[in-house]
Design a protein around this ligand. Structure first.
Ligand SMILES: Nc1ncnc2c1ncn2[C@@H]1O[C@H](COP(=O)(O)OP(=O)(O)O)[C@@H](O)[C@H]1O
Ligand SMILES: [Mg+2]
Length: 510
Protein backbone atom coordinates (compact mmCIF):
# COMPACT_ATOMS: atom_id res chain seq x y z
CA UNK A 1 0.00 0.00 0.00
CA UNK A 2 1.21 3.42 -0.92
CA UNK A 3 0.26 5.60 2.03
CA UNK A 4 0.81 8.84 0.14
CA UNK A 5 -2.37 8.29 -1.84
CA UNK A 6 -5.65 8.47 -0.03
CA UNK A 7 -7.71 7.90 -3.18
CA UNK A 8 -6.80 6.16 -6.41
CA UNK A 9 -9.14 5.97 -9.37
CA UNK A 10 -7.88 3.44 -11.89
CA UNK A 11 -9.06 3.26 -15.50
CA UNK A 12 -12.53 4.54 -14.70
CA UNK A 13 -15.05 4.52 -17.54
CA UNK A 14 -18.65 5.64 -17.25
CA UNK A 15 -21.13 5.78 -20.11
CA UNK A 16 -24.52 7.40 -20.34
CA UNK A 17 -26.84 6.80 -23.31
CA UNK A 18 -25.07 8.31 -26.31
CA UNK A 19 -22.04 9.62 -24.42
CA UNK A 20 -18.89 8.41 -22.73
CA UNK A 21 -18.85 10.75 -19.72
CA UNK A 22 -15.57 9.34 -18.37
CA UNK A 23 -13.19 7.50 -20.64
CA UNK A 24 -10.47 5.44 -18.95
CA UNK A 25 -9.53 8.03 -16.33
CA UNK A 26 -6.80 7.32 -13.80
CA UNK A 27 -5.79 9.65 -11.00
CA UNK A 28 -4.18 9.47 -7.58
CA UNK A 29 -4.99 11.92 -4.85
CA UNK A 30 -2.48 12.59 -2.11
CA UNK A 31 -3.38 12.73 1.53
CA UNK A 32 -3.73 16.34 2.66
CA UNK A 33 -3.65 18.07 -0.73
CA UNK A 34 -6.09 20.32 -2.51
CA UNK A 35 -6.63 18.53 -5.79
CA UNK A 36 -8.49 20.47 -8.46
CA UNK A 37 -10.54 18.97 -11.25
CA UNK A 38 -10.71 21.42 -14.15
CA UNK A 39 -12.75 21.21 -17.31
CA UNK A 40 -15.37 22.97 -19.40
CA UNK A 41 -19.06 22.32 -18.80
CA UNK A 42 -19.85 18.72 -19.73
CA UNK A 43 -16.24 17.52 -19.49
CA UNK A 44 -17.21 14.80 -17.00
CA UNK A 45 -16.06 16.27 -13.67
CA UNK A 46 -19.25 15.77 -11.66
CA UNK A 47 -19.70 12.27 -13.03
CA UNK A 48 -16.21 11.23 -11.95
CA UNK A 49 -16.61 12.52 -8.41
CA UNK A 50 -20.16 11.21 -8.10
CA UNK A 51 -18.61 7.76 -8.45
CA UNK A 52 -16.21 8.44 -5.60
CA UNK A 53 -19.26 9.50 -3.61
CA UNK A 54 -21.20 6.34 -4.46
CA UNK A 55 -23.90 7.91 -6.60
CA UNK A 56 -23.00 5.95 -9.72
CA UNK A 57 -20.90 2.85 -10.15
CA UNK A 58 -18.26 2.85 -12.89
CA UNK A 59 -18.81 0.65 -15.94
CA UNK A 60 -15.14 -0.26 -15.79
CA UNK A 61 -12.21 0.51 -13.55
CA UNK A 62 -11.42 0.43 -9.88
CA UNK A 63 -11.58 2.84 -6.94
CA UNK A 64 -9.03 2.40 -4.15
CA UNK A 65 -9.41 4.27 -0.86
CA UNK A 66 -6.57 4.24 1.67
CA UNK A 67 -4.95 1.39 -0.20
CA UNK A 68 -8.02 -0.86 -0.34
CA UNK A 69 -10.18 -1.48 -3.41
CA UNK A 70 -13.74 -0.44 -2.57
CA UNK A 71 -17.20 -0.81 -4.03
CA UNK A 72 -19.27 2.30 -3.48
CA UNK A 73 -22.95 1.61 -4.10
CA UNK A 74 -24.44 4.52 -2.18
CA UNK A 75 -23.47 7.72 -0.46
CA UNK A 76 -23.67 5.78 2.82
CA UNK A 77 -20.79 3.62 1.59
CA UNK A 78 -18.86 6.80 0.87
CA UNK A 79 -19.70 8.29 4.27
CA UNK A 80 -18.47 5.12 5.95
CA UNK A 81 -15.12 5.77 4.28
CA UNK A 82 -15.19 9.39 5.51
CA UNK A 83 -15.88 10.80 2.09
CA UNK A 84 -18.19 13.83 1.89
CA UNK A 85 -19.47 15.91 -1.01
CA UNK A 86 -21.03 19.33 -1.42
CA UNK A 87 -23.06 19.12 -4.60
CA UNK A 88 -23.50 21.77 -7.25
CA UNK A 89 -27.15 21.93 -6.22
CA UNK A 90 -27.47 21.61 -2.48
CA UNK A 91 -29.40 18.72 -1.05
CA UNK A 92 -30.87 20.26 2.08
CA UNK A 93 -34.40 19.84 3.42
CA UNK A 94 -35.76 23.37 3.08
CA UNK A 95 -38.18 23.42 6.03
CA UNK A 96 -35.83 21.72 8.49
CA UNK A 97 -33.47 23.57 10.80
CA UNK A 98 -29.74 23.71 10.29
CA UNK A 99 -29.23 21.14 13.06
CA UNK A 100 -31.90 18.79 11.73
CA UNK A 101 -30.25 18.86 8.32
CA UNK A 102 -26.78 18.29 9.67
CA UNK A 103 -27.68 15.30 11.84
CA UNK A 104 -30.12 13.81 9.32
CA UNK A 105 -29.48 10.06 9.18
CA UNK A 106 -26.90 10.07 11.98
CA UNK A 107 -29.03 11.50 14.78
CA UNK A 108 -27.35 11.23 18.17
CA UNK A 109 -29.53 9.06 20.36
CA UNK A 110 -30.08 9.25 24.05
CA UNK A 111 -32.30 7.01 26.14
CA UNK A 112 -34.88 8.30 28.53
CA UNK A 113 -34.81 6.29 31.79
CA UNK A 114 -32.26 4.12 30.03
CA UNK A 115 -34.76 2.70 27.52
CA UNK A 116 -36.89 5.14 25.47
CA UNK A 117 -34.74 6.47 22.58
CA UNK A 118 -34.87 10.15 21.60
CA UNK A 119 -32.75 12.53 19.55
CA UNK A 120 -30.25 14.43 21.65
CA UNK A 121 -30.69 17.79 19.95
CA UNK A 122 -28.97 19.72 22.70
CA UNK A 123 -25.80 17.77 22.27
CA UNK A 124 -26.01 18.10 18.46
CA UNK A 125 -26.44 21.87 18.66
CA UNK A 126 -23.44 22.07 20.95
CA UNK A 127 -21.28 19.99 18.60
CA UNK A 128 -22.34 22.07 15.61
CA UNK A 129 -21.49 25.27 17.49
CA UNK A 130 -18.02 23.92 18.17
CA UNK A 131 -17.41 22.82 14.59
CA UNK A 132 -18.73 26.09 13.31
CA UNK A 133 -16.38 28.03 15.58
CA UNK A 134 -13.26 26.03 14.87
CA UNK A 135 -13.64 26.29 11.07
CA UNK A 136 -15.04 29.83 10.87
CA UNK A 137 -18.31 28.54 9.41
CA UNK A 138 -20.69 30.87 11.14
CA UNK A 139 -24.30 29.72 11.20
CA UNK A 140 -27.22 29.64 13.64
CA UNK A 141 -27.95 25.95 14.39
CA UNK A 142 -31.62 26.71 14.96
CA UNK A 143 -32.30 28.66 11.77
CA UNK A 144 -34.64 27.22 9.12
CA UNK A 145 -32.80 26.43 5.87
CA UNK A 146 -35.18 28.17 3.47
CA UNK A 147 -34.62 31.46 5.29
CA UNK A 148 -30.86 31.36 4.82
CA UNK A 149 -28.91 32.90 1.94
CA UNK A 150 -27.14 30.50 -0.44
CA UNK A 151 -23.72 31.12 1.03
CA UNK A 152 -24.97 30.10 4.49
CA UNK A 153 -26.71 27.04 3.09
CA UNK A 154 -23.37 26.06 1.64
CA UNK A 155 -21.79 26.36 5.09
CA UNK A 156 -24.45 23.98 6.37
CA UNK A 157 -23.43 21.49 3.68
CA UNK A 158 -19.80 21.81 4.74
CA UNK A 159 -20.70 21.39 8.42
CA UNK A 160 -22.70 18.35 7.47
CA UNK A 161 -19.58 16.73 6.05
CA UNK A 162 -17.48 17.70 9.06
CA UNK A 163 -20.12 16.43 11.49
CA UNK A 164 -19.78 13.05 9.81
CA UNK A 165 -16.02 13.19 10.25
CA UNK A 166 -15.40 13.41 6.54
CA UNK A 167 -11.71 13.37 5.75
CA UNK A 168 -11.98 13.52 1.97
CA UNK A 169 -14.07 16.54 1.01
CA UNK A 170 -15.41 16.96 -2.51
CA UNK A 171 -16.66 20.40 -3.55
CA UNK A 172 -18.55 20.53 -6.85
CA UNK A 173 -18.30 24.06 -8.30
CA UNK A 174 -18.78 25.65 -4.88
CA UNK A 175 -18.06 29.20 -5.97
CA UNK A 176 -20.57 29.35 -8.83
CA UNK A 177 -23.24 30.68 -6.47
CA UNK A 178 -21.09 33.06 -4.43
CA UNK A 179 -20.16 36.75 -4.59
CA UNK A 180 -16.46 37.68 -4.91
CA UNK A 181 -16.14 38.31 -1.17
CA UNK A 182 -17.82 35.02 -0.31
CA UNK A 183 -15.50 33.24 -2.73
CA UNK A 184 -12.45 34.68 -0.98
CA UNK A 185 -13.81 33.48 2.32
CA UNK A 186 -14.58 29.98 1.09
CA UNK A 187 -11.13 29.58 -0.45
CA UNK A 188 -9.66 30.55 2.91
CA UNK A 189 -11.80 27.94 4.66
CA UNK A 190 -10.61 25.28 2.24
CA UNK A 191 -7.03 26.16 3.02
CA UNK A 192 -7.79 25.92 6.74
CA UNK A 193 -9.38 22.52 6.20
CA UNK A 194 -6.25 21.36 4.44
CA UNK A 195 -4.18 22.61 7.37
CA UNK A 196 -6.27 20.54 9.73
CA UNK A 197 -5.41 17.43 7.71
CA UNK A 198 -8.33 17.09 5.31
CA UNK A 199 -7.94 16.13 1.68
CA UNK A 200 -9.89 18.36 -0.68
CA UNK A 201 -11.10 17.77 -4.20
CA UNK A 202 -12.23 21.00 -5.83
CA UNK A 203 -14.24 20.81 -9.03
CA UNK A 204 -14.27 24.07 -10.93
CA UNK A 205 -13.78 25.72 -14.27
CA UNK A 206 -12.28 28.84 -12.75
CA UNK A 207 -8.54 29.06 -13.18
CA UNK A 208 -7.84 31.80 -10.64
CA UNK A 209 -9.30 29.70 -7.85
CA UNK A 210 -7.09 26.79 -8.75
CA UNK A 211 -4.06 29.01 -9.00
CA UNK A 212 -4.81 30.45 -5.58
CA UNK A 213 -5.28 27.33 -3.49
CA UNK A 214 -4.76 24.04 -5.33
CA UNK A 215 -1.64 21.89 -5.21
CA UNK A 216 -2.31 19.78 -8.26
CA UNK A 217 -4.85 19.89 -11.01
CA UNK A 218 -6.32 17.26 -13.33
CA UNK A 219 -7.74 18.54 -16.59
CA UNK A 220 -10.63 16.78 -18.28
CA UNK A 221 -11.71 17.38 -21.86
CA UNK A 222 -14.67 15.60 -23.47
CA UNK A 223 -14.57 12.84 -20.85
CA UNK A 224 -10.85 12.17 -21.16
CA UNK A 225 -8.01 13.01 -18.80
CA UNK A 226 -5.70 15.44 -20.58
CA UNK A 227 -3.06 15.94 -17.95
CA UNK A 228 -2.36 16.16 -14.24
CA UNK A 229 -0.13 19.06 -13.38
CA UNK A 230 1.59 20.85 -10.59
CA UNK A 231 -0.29 24.13 -10.16
CA UNK A 232 2.65 26.21 -8.91
CA UNK A 233 4.65 25.32 -12.02
CA UNK A 234 1.89 26.09 -14.53
CA UNK A 235 0.46 29.37 -15.79
CA UNK A 236 -3.27 29.96 -16.02
CA UNK A 237 -2.81 30.37 -19.76
CA UNK A 238 -1.33 26.88 -20.04
CA UNK A 239 -4.19 25.48 -17.98
CA UNK A 240 -6.74 27.31 -20.11
CA UNK A 241 -5.24 25.96 -23.33
CA UNK A 242 -5.25 22.38 -22.03
CA UNK A 243 -8.81 22.78 -20.79
CA UNK A 244 -10.23 23.84 -24.15
CA UNK A 245 -7.83 21.82 -26.30
CA UNK A 246 -6.38 24.74 -28.22
CA UNK A 247 -4.10 27.67 -27.58
CA UNK A 248 -5.76 30.44 -25.61
CA UNK A 249 -3.53 33.43 -25.87
CA UNK A 250 -4.39 36.78 -24.40
CA UNK A 251 -5.73 39.15 -27.02
CA UNK A 252 -2.80 41.47 -27.54
CA UNK A 253 -2.63 41.42 -31.32
CA UNK A 254 -5.46 43.92 -31.59
CA UNK A 255 -4.98 46.17 -34.60
CA UNK A 256 -4.58 49.89 -33.85
CA UNK A 257 -7.84 51.80 -34.17
CA UNK A 258 -8.72 53.28 -37.52
CA UNK A 259 -12.05 54.95 -36.82
CA UNK A 260 -14.54 55.64 -39.59
CA UNK A 261 -17.73 57.71 -39.68
CA UNK A 262 -20.09 58.05 -36.75
CA UNK A 263 -22.65 55.21 -36.86
CA UNK A 264 -24.48 55.64 -33.56
CA UNK A 265 -25.00 59.13 -32.23
CA UNK A 266 -26.76 59.41 -28.91
CA UNK A 267 -27.70 62.96 -27.95
CA UNK A 268 -28.86 64.04 -24.50
CA UNK A 269 -30.88 60.93 -23.75
CA UNK A 270 -32.89 60.85 -20.55
CA UNK A 271 -34.96 57.84 -19.55
CA UNK A 272 -37.51 57.67 -16.74
CA UNK A 273 -38.52 54.48 -15.02
CA UNK A 274 -42.12 53.76 -13.95
CA UNK A 275 -41.78 56.04 -10.96
CA UNK A 276 -40.69 58.92 -13.21
CA UNK A 277 -37.25 58.66 -11.70
CA UNK A 278 -34.28 59.47 -13.99
CA UNK A 279 -32.44 56.20 -14.60
CA UNK A 280 -30.49 57.61 -17.55
CA UNK A 281 -29.51 61.26 -17.20
CA UNK A 282 -28.67 63.38 -20.20
CA UNK A 283 -26.28 60.88 -21.78
CA UNK A 284 -24.47 61.74 -25.02
CA UNK A 285 -21.84 59.78 -26.91
CA UNK A 286 -21.00 58.56 -30.41
CA UNK A 287 -19.73 55.24 -31.71
CA UNK A 288 -17.78 55.23 -34.96
CA UNK A 289 -17.17 52.52 -37.54
CA UNK A 290 -14.17 50.38 -36.55
CA UNK A 291 -14.64 51.28 -32.91
CA UNK A 292 -15.46 49.26 -29.82
CA UNK A 293 -17.09 51.65 -27.39
CA UNK A 294 -17.45 49.96 -24.02
CA UNK A 295 -19.66 51.11 -21.21
CA UNK A 296 -18.35 50.11 -17.81
CA UNK A 297 -20.23 50.39 -14.57
CA UNK A 298 -21.43 48.59 -11.52
CA UNK A 299 -24.66 46.71 -12.20
CA UNK A 300 -27.76 48.88 -11.95
CA UNK A 301 -26.28 52.25 -12.89
CA UNK A 302 -28.44 52.73 -15.97
CA UNK A 303 -26.51 50.72 -18.55
CA UNK A 304 -29.38 48.34 -19.30
CA UNK A 305 -31.93 51.17 -19.52
CA UNK A 306 -29.63 53.03 -21.89
CA UNK A 307 -29.29 50.10 -24.28
CA UNK A 308 -32.98 49.31 -24.03
CA UNK A 309 -33.66 52.91 -25.05
CA UNK A 310 -31.31 52.67 -28.02
CA UNK A 311 -32.90 49.41 -29.17
CA UNK A 312 -36.45 50.65 -28.67
CA UNK A 313 -37.39 48.38 -25.77
CA UNK A 314 -37.88 51.39 -23.49
CA UNK A 315 -39.31 54.80 -24.27
CA UNK A 316 -36.92 57.71 -24.30
CA UNK A 317 -38.11 60.65 -22.21
CA UNK A 318 -36.01 63.20 -24.05
CA UNK A 319 -33.09 63.28 -26.45
CA UNK A 320 -32.42 61.70 -29.84
CA UNK A 321 -30.82 58.56 -31.26
CA UNK A 322 -29.26 58.82 -34.70
CA UNK A 323 -28.20 55.76 -36.67
CA UNK A 324 -26.00 56.41 -39.71
CA UNK A 325 -27.38 59.94 -39.90
CA UNK A 326 -31.04 58.95 -39.60
CA UNK A 327 -33.12 59.92 -36.57
CA UNK A 328 -34.54 56.63 -35.24
CA UNK A 329 -35.85 57.98 -31.93
CA UNK A 330 -39.46 57.25 -32.93
CA UNK A 331 -38.79 53.93 -34.74
CA UNK A 332 -40.29 50.62 -33.55
CA UNK A 333 -38.01 47.78 -32.50
CA UNK A 334 -38.33 46.03 -35.86
CA UNK A 335 -37.71 49.28 -37.73
CA UNK A 336 -34.51 49.73 -35.76
CA UNK A 337 -33.40 46.19 -36.49
CA UNK A 338 -34.03 46.82 -40.18
CA UNK A 339 -32.25 50.15 -39.97
CA UNK A 340 -29.14 48.29 -38.88
CA UNK A 341 -28.92 47.39 -35.20
CA UNK A 342 -27.84 43.91 -34.18
CA UNK A 343 -28.50 43.25 -30.52
CA UNK A 344 -27.24 40.57 -28.15
CA UNK A 345 -29.31 41.04 -24.99
CA UNK A 346 -28.40 40.44 -21.40
CA UNK A 347 -31.14 37.95 -20.64
CA UNK A 348 -30.56 35.35 -23.29
CA UNK A 349 -33.52 33.19 -22.30
CA UNK A 350 -36.11 35.92 -22.27
CA UNK A 351 -35.00 37.87 -25.31
CA UNK A 352 -32.26 35.91 -27.07
CA UNK A 353 -33.61 32.56 -28.18
CA UNK A 354 -36.79 30.56 -28.26
CA UNK A 355 -35.71 27.56 -26.20
CA UNK A 356 -38.12 25.10 -27.78
CA UNK A 357 -37.15 25.98 -31.34
CA UNK A 358 -34.39 24.12 -33.13
CA UNK A 359 -30.95 25.66 -33.33
CA UNK A 360 -31.35 26.41 -37.04
CA UNK A 361 -34.69 28.17 -36.50
CA UNK A 362 -33.13 30.27 -33.75
CA UNK A 363 -30.22 31.15 -36.00
CA UNK A 364 -32.70 32.54 -38.54
CA UNK A 365 -35.02 34.15 -36.00
CA UNK A 366 -34.53 37.67 -37.29
CA UNK A 367 -34.30 36.95 -40.99
CA UNK A 368 -36.72 34.07 -41.61
CA UNK A 369 -39.37 36.30 -43.20
CA UNK A 370 -37.02 37.58 -45.88
CA UNK A 371 -35.37 36.15 -48.98
CA UNK A 372 -33.56 33.73 -49.27
CA UNK A 373 -35.11 32.13 -46.15
CA UNK A 374 -38.62 32.78 -47.34
CA UNK A 375 -40.09 33.35 -50.80
CA UNK A 376 -43.75 34.25 -51.28
CA UNK A 377 -44.37 33.13 -47.73
CA UNK A 378 -42.80 29.70 -48.16
CA UNK A 379 -39.83 28.88 -45.97
CA UNK A 380 -36.82 27.38 -47.70
CA UNK A 381 -35.49 24.62 -45.46
CA UNK A 382 -32.26 24.26 -47.42
CA UNK A 383 -31.34 27.88 -46.70
CA UNK A 384 -32.00 27.34 -43.00
CA UNK A 385 -29.75 24.29 -43.02
CA UNK A 386 -26.95 25.91 -44.99
CA UNK A 387 -27.00 29.01 -42.83
CA UNK A 388 -26.93 26.91 -39.69
CA UNK A 389 -24.09 24.71 -40.96
CA UNK A 390 -21.89 27.64 -41.79
CA UNK A 391 -22.56 29.53 -38.53
CA UNK A 392 -22.09 26.51 -36.27
CA UNK A 393 -18.74 25.90 -37.88
CA UNK A 394 -17.54 29.49 -37.77
CA UNK A 395 -18.65 30.09 -34.19
CA UNK A 396 -17.82 26.64 -32.85
CA UNK A 397 -21.41 26.02 -31.71
CA UNK A 398 -21.58 22.51 -30.30
CA UNK A 399 -24.83 20.57 -30.11
CA UNK A 400 -25.92 16.95 -30.18
CA UNK A 401 -27.81 16.97 -33.51
CA UNK A 402 -26.53 20.00 -35.38
CA UNK A 403 -29.13 22.45 -36.67
CA UNK A 404 -31.97 20.18 -35.62
CA UNK A 405 -31.03 20.23 -31.95
CA UNK A 406 -33.70 21.70 -29.68
CA UNK A 407 -32.05 24.80 -28.25
CA UNK A 408 -33.15 24.10 -24.68
CA UNK A 409 -30.92 21.02 -24.56
CA UNK A 410 -27.77 22.97 -25.42
CA UNK A 411 -25.38 24.33 -22.82
CA UNK A 412 -25.60 28.04 -21.92
CA UNK A 413 -22.28 28.73 -23.64
CA UNK A 414 -23.44 27.24 -26.90
CA UNK A 415 -26.79 29.02 -26.75
CA UNK A 416 -24.93 32.27 -26.31
CA UNK A 417 -22.55 31.53 -29.19
CA UNK A 418 -25.66 30.92 -31.32
CA UNK A 419 -27.16 34.31 -30.43
CA UNK A 420 -23.90 36.11 -31.11
CA UNK A 421 -23.53 34.23 -34.41
CA UNK A 422 -27.02 35.16 -35.52
CA UNK A 423 -26.60 38.81 -34.63
CA UNK A 424 -23.22 39.11 -36.29
CA UNK A 425 -24.43 37.30 -39.42
CA UNK A 426 -27.06 39.97 -39.99
CA UNK A 427 -24.28 42.25 -41.15
CA UNK A 428 -25.69 45.33 -39.42
CA UNK A 429 -23.50 48.44 -39.16
CA UNK A 430 -24.09 48.68 -35.39
CA UNK A 431 -23.62 45.74 -33.04
CA UNK A 432 -24.75 46.05 -29.43
CA UNK A 433 -23.57 43.44 -26.95
CA UNK A 434 -24.85 43.44 -23.38
CA UNK A 435 -22.82 41.14 -21.11
CA UNK A 436 -22.00 38.86 -24.04
CA UNK A 437 -19.93 36.40 -22.01
CA UNK A 438 -21.73 36.31 -18.69
CA UNK A 439 -21.53 32.88 -17.08
CA UNK A 440 -19.59 31.33 -19.95
CA UNK A 441 -16.45 29.25 -19.73
CA UNK A 442 -13.12 30.38 -21.01
CA UNK A 443 -13.30 28.68 -24.41
CA UNK A 444 -16.64 30.27 -25.26
CA UNK A 445 -15.47 33.66 -23.95
CA UNK A 446 -12.41 33.51 -26.16
CA UNK A 447 -14.45 32.61 -29.26
CA UNK A 448 -16.89 35.46 -28.68
CA UNK A 449 -14.16 38.01 -27.96
CA UNK A 450 -12.35 37.13 -31.15
CA UNK A 451 -15.55 37.44 -33.17
CA UNK A 452 -16.31 40.87 -31.70
CA UNK A 453 -12.82 42.06 -32.60
CA UNK A 454 -13.15 40.64 -36.10
CA UNK A 455 -16.36 42.61 -36.60
CA UNK A 456 -14.68 45.79 -35.44
CA UNK A 457 -11.88 45.19 -37.93
CA UNK A 458 -14.48 44.71 -40.66
CA UNK A 459 -15.69 48.24 -39.98
CA UNK A 460 -18.62 47.70 -37.66
CA UNK A 461 -19.45 50.09 -34.85
CA UNK A 462 -19.66 48.17 -31.61
CA UNK A 463 -21.30 49.14 -28.35
CA UNK A 464 -20.29 46.78 -25.56
CA UNK A 465 -21.91 46.86 -22.13
CA UNK A 466 -20.15 44.74 -19.57
CA UNK A 467 -19.75 44.39 -15.83
CA UNK A 468 -16.43 42.59 -16.36
CA UNK A 469 -13.67 45.10 -16.22
CA UNK A 470 -11.22 42.59 -17.67
CA UNK A 471 -13.43 42.16 -20.73
CA UNK A 472 -13.69 45.92 -21.18
CA UNK A 473 -9.94 46.43 -20.87
CA UNK A 474 -9.22 43.62 -23.35
CA UNK A 475 -11.58 44.74 -26.09
CA UNK A 476 -12.40 48.43 -26.02
CA UNK A 477 -11.04 51.38 -27.98
CA UNK A 478 -13.06 53.89 -26.00
CA UNK A 479 -14.44 53.53 -22.50
CA UNK A 480 -17.44 55.29 -21.01
CA UNK A 481 -18.18 54.80 -17.34
CA UNK A 482 -21.76 55.02 -16.12
CA UNK A 483 -22.53 55.93 -12.56
CA UNK A 484 -25.96 56.65 -11.16
CA UNK A 485 -27.47 57.13 -14.63
CA UNK A 486 -24.78 59.53 -15.82
CA UNK A 487 -21.97 58.97 -18.24
CA UNK A 488 -19.35 60.09 -15.78
CA UNK A 489 -16.29 59.73 -17.96
CA UNK A 490 -15.48 59.00 -21.60
CA UNK A 491 -11.87 58.40 -22.59
CA UNK A 492 -9.55 56.66 -24.99
CA UNK A 493 -9.10 53.16 -23.53
CA UNK A 494 -5.33 53.37 -23.93
CA UNK A 495 -5.19 56.27 -21.48
CA UNK A 496 -7.07 54.53 -18.66
CA UNK A 497 -5.81 51.93 -16.20
CA UNK A 498 -8.08 49.26 -14.71
CA UNK A 499 -7.70 51.03 -11.41
CA UNK A 500 -8.88 54.36 -12.76
CA UNK A 501 -11.90 52.81 -14.43
CA UNK A 502 -12.69 51.09 -11.12
CA UNK A 503 -12.59 54.46 -9.36
CA UNK A 504 -15.00 56.08 -11.82
CA UNK A 505 -17.28 53.06 -11.38
CA UNK A 506 -17.47 53.93 -7.70
CA UNK A 507 -18.47 57.47 -8.59
CA UNK A 508 -15.16 59.19 -7.95
CA UNK A 509 -14.90 62.38 -10.01
CA UNK A 510 -11.57 63.98 -10.86
N1 LIG B 1 -27.38 11.12 -15.36
C1 LIG B 1 -26.98 11.40 -16.61
N2 LIG B 1 -27.61 10.87 -17.67
C2 LIG B 1 -27.19 11.10 -18.93
N3 LIG B 1 -26.15 11.88 -19.26
C3 LIG B 1 -25.46 12.45 -18.26
C4 LIG B 1 -25.84 12.25 -16.88
N4 LIG B 1 -24.98 12.93 -16.10
C5 LIG B 1 -24.11 13.53 -16.93
N5 LIG B 1 -24.40 13.25 -18.23
C6 LIG B 1 -23.65 13.69 -19.41
O1 LIG B 1 -22.30 13.34 -19.20
C7 LIG B 1 -21.43 14.39 -19.63
C8 LIG B 1 -20.56 14.84 -18.49
O2 LIG B 1 -21.37 15.50 -17.53
P1 LIG B 1 -20.83 16.08 -16.16
O3 LIG B 1 -20.04 15.02 -15.47
O4 LIG B 1 -21.98 16.63 -15.44
O5 LIG B 1 -19.86 17.24 -16.65
P2 LIG B 1 -19.21 18.46 -15.83
O6 LIG B 1 -19.50 18.23 -14.38
O7 LIG B 1 -17.77 18.42 -16.18
O8 LIG B 1 -19.86 19.70 -16.35
C9 LIG B 1 -22.32 15.48 -20.20
O9 LIG B 1 -22.39 15.33 -21.59
C10 LIG B 1 -23.66 15.21 -19.55
O10 LIG B 1 -24.70 15.64 -20.38
MG1 LIG C 1 -20.61 19.44 -13.07
Amino acid sequence: MNDAYIVEMRHITKKFPGIVANDDISLHIRRGEIFALLGENGAGKSTLMSMLFGMYEPDAGEIVVRGKPVKLSSSNDAAALNIGMVHQHFKLVQNYTVTENIVLGVEPEKRLFGCIPYVDTKNAVEQIRNLSKSYGLEVDPNAIIEQLPVSTQQRVEILKMLYRDAEILIFDEPTAVLTPQEIEYLLQIMQDLRKSGKTIILITHKLEEIKKIADRCAILLHGKLVQILDVAATTTREMASLMVGRDISPIIEKAPPNFGDVVLDVRHITVHNEDAFDVVKDVSFAVRANEIFAIAGVSGNGQVELTDAICGLTKITSGTVMLSGVDITQHSIRQRIEAGIAYTPEDRHRFGVVLDFTLQDNLALKTYYKSPFSRNGILNQETFEACSASLTQKFDIRSAQGGRTITRSMSGGNQQKAIVAREIARDAPLLIFVQPTRGLDIGAIDTIHRQILAERDKGKAILLISLELEEIMALSDTIGVMYNGELLKVADAATLSTNEVGKYMMGVRT
